[in-house]
Design a protein around this ligand. Structure first.
Ligand code: ADP
Length: 411
């Protein structure tokens, strides 16, 4: 069964065609600058397994046209992975916000589309482009089942005390102001993988307490007990919690009205400040990219060193807070571009956590590649690096929905 996994952003379309038999990517690609008028124009970078990379510059004024270009690439006789689009059994769409209504991957129908559209108010930058990708796919493949896999769904079980903000309660009831959490597909994948790897060593994982740290351009931490999340750091929007590339995470909320009055800022200015100009970029003043931050800090740049320090310190506070929330901690998982690749960040976060029983083995941490444990052999807490694979997870969940559909059709 071949599943096409789509992640459709405001000006981009990322995809993977996955053969579910061996969970292997047959092709992957990225269409960029969709609907953006620049001198460079839109382009598609595509690569199928065992074939030469295929890059095309094509006018892509919207997601409909971009989807056509993607299908041409997928079926191209030289660079493609399939002969015909009928070789695609289902499409799994990453959808950022599923509100309170979507707790599971869901088959897309006209009704579910309307419900996802209602969640656009909560994620105005993300859900509309996700919907554009879904509509474009339905147009080209009207008979192929399409499934929405929500970034928020994994966090449905978190208890009320973790998701209700201490604001007037009617803001929750009337406007949906609450914590939803994001990066759910990644946290689900890496915590399930950690449990599987540890179960193989004979460990009882039924109630295992994991803090999972997804550290990429966006960053979040989740507390997961026995596979079920009890708390997570991203909130009503993906702006709360840890320090990120361009987002600052937690701060005193009264800073916002202060800035609005003092600098005459509008809500849009504030949105831009907290989402695009803060975090590593805001503190360092030079880059949102952790590789740059580390290189500059090493070369003596004090602001980059401070950004690095704040990033690690704030993540460490979450590990401590979640250990307290779970009544203990057995595993810390690192994933995402930074979590998977930066020994310095992993070290910076775990520094001083020896009192919890979490101690990194520097010989394992430095230069670690792949998945496995980087903690000292006798340490009570396992510290693990697990590369995330959101596409694989979306493909699996899409296939489950489609199999259930086929089973109920047979009944
Ligand atoms: P996204 O959240 O957009 O999917 P990624 O998960 O790819 O992003 O993470 C991007 C981040 O990972 C960037 O800050 C980048 O600098 C960081 N990163 C990638 N490789 C390394 C590395 N070797 N050392 C430190 N940081 C790295």
């Amino acid at each position: 069964m071949n599943i096409l996994v789509l992640n459709s952003g405001s000006s981009s379309l990322k995809y993977q065609l996955i053969d579910l038999e061996n969970e292997e990517a047959l092709a992957k690609g990225l269409a960029e600058r969709i609907g953006v008028r620049t001198a460079e124009g839109s382009c598609l970078m595509h690569e199928a397994k065992g074939k030469k990379p295929y890059n095309v510059s094509a006018d892509m004024p919207n997601h409909d046209v971009a989807m056509d270009v993607v299908f041409q690439a997928l079926t191209d006789p030289e660079a493609g992975a399939i002969r015909d689009i009928c070789e695609i059994s289902a499409v799994g769409h990453r959808v950022v916000h599923g509100g309170e209504g979507f707790s599971q991957p869901t088959l897309i129908t006209n009704e579910t589309l309307a419900e996802i559209d209602k969640c656009s108010e909560l994620a105005p930058l993300h859900n509309p482009p996700n919907l554009a990708g879904i509509r474009a796919c339905r147009r080209v493949m009207p008979d192929v089942p399409q499934v929405a896999v929500f970034d928020t769904a994994f966090f449905t079980p978190i208890p009320k005390r973790a998701y209700i903000y201490a604001l007037p309660y009617n803001l929750y009831k009337e406007y949906g102001v609450r914590r939803y959490g994001f990066h759910g597909t990644s946290h689900r994948y890496v915590t399930a993988r950690a449990r599987k790897l540890l179960a193989q060593t004979g460990m009882d994982v039924s109630e295992i307490k994991i803090v999972s740290c997804h550290l990429g351009n966006g960053c979040s931490a989740s507390a997961v007990v026995g596979g079920k999340p009890i708390d997570t750091s991203l909130g009503m929007t993906p702006a709360e919690g840890l320090v990120m590339g361009t987002r600052g995470g937690d701060m005193d909320p009264a800073i916002i009205p202060f800035l609005m009055r003092r600098l005459d800022m509008t809500p849009d200015d504030i949105d831009n400040l907290i989402n695009k100009k803060s975090g590593l970029l805001g503190v360092s003043g030079t880059s949102s990219d952790m590789r740059d931050i580390e290189a500059k800090a090493e070369a003596g740049d004090e602001r980059a060193a401070l950004a690095f320090d704040i990033f690690c310190y704030r993540a460490r506070k979450y590990v401590g807070a979640y250990a307290a929330a779970m009544g203990g901690i057995d595993v810390i998982v690192f994933t995402g571009g930074i979590g998977q690749n930066s020994p310095a960040v992993r070290n910076g976060i775990c520094e001083g956590l020896g009192f919890l029983g979490a101690e990194i083995d520097p010989r394992k941490n430095d230069g670690f590649r792949g998945e496995g444990s980087i903690s000292k052999d006798n340490a009570r807490v396992r510290i693990m690096v697990i590369p995330t694979d959101e596409e694989k997870m979306i493909a699996r969940e899409t296939a489950e929905v489609v199999s259930d559909l086929m089973a109920s059709a047979r009944r």
